[in-house]
Design a binder for this molecule. Structure first.
Ligand SMILES: Nc1c(C(=O)O)ncn1[C@@H]1O[C@H](COP(=O)(O)O)[C@@H](O)[C@H]1O
Length: 163
């Protein structure tokens, strides 16, 4: 029997990243997109990383959101071992406020792309939305939900300007 994974995998370097990465999960929940979240670390659990990344496509995932802080090698290492699109979220670090995370993720060598989001919770939310947008290319019902969410956002911004 084969079990198919949900369309989105959320991986993070540490449990301590979850308050940030939960924003990606929340965005996916709002849009009715299923996901699985787990801790995988390039540094602390390298074997687990290899197993996850090399089997992710066959498992049925379609998009991977990878968040990490500091020496944030996780997104790039995942990207090196899968053809799936990888969305990298720089988690805000204590020592350098996430600039270290951002630079670790964004400066990938040519040939192995990671789509890098903004530092912290806003970036994590956008990663969830971007994952949904990618999936919506082959899912008209999801595309409609995204359109409705955008329209509601536009209305609420317009309303707040008038208030
Ligand atoms: N950057 C990475 C990786 C990795 O890139 O594989 N694994 C853990 N970490 C990061 O270490 C930070 C501190 O982790 P702890 O809070 O567990 O000490 C986290 O932000 C995590 O993403």
């Amino acid at each position: 029997m084969t079990t198919s994974a949900p369309p989105v995998a959320i991986v993070m370097g540490s449990r301590s990243d979850w308050p940030t990465m939960k924003k990606a999960a929340d965005a996916l929940d709002e849009l009715g997109v299923a996901y699985e979240a787990q801790v995988v670390s390039a540094h602390r659990t390298p074997q687990r990383l290899v197993e996850f990344a090399t089997s992710a496509k066959a498992a049925g995932y379609q998009v991977i959101i990878a968040g990490a802080g500091g020496a944030a090698h996780l997104p790039g290492m995942v990207a090196s071992m899968t053809p799936l699109p990888v969305l990298g979220v720089p988690v805000q670090s204590k020592a350098l406020s996430g600039l270290d995370s951002l630079l670790s993720i964004v400066q990938m060598p040519g040939g192995i792309p990671v789509a890098t989001l903004a530092i912290g919770e806003a970036g994590a939310r956008n990663a969830g939305l971007l994952a949904a947008q990618i999936l919506s290319l082959a899912d008209p019902a999801l595309a409609q939900r995204l359109d409705a969410q955008r329209a509601a956002q536009t209305d609420s911004v317009a309303q707040s300007v008038e208030d």
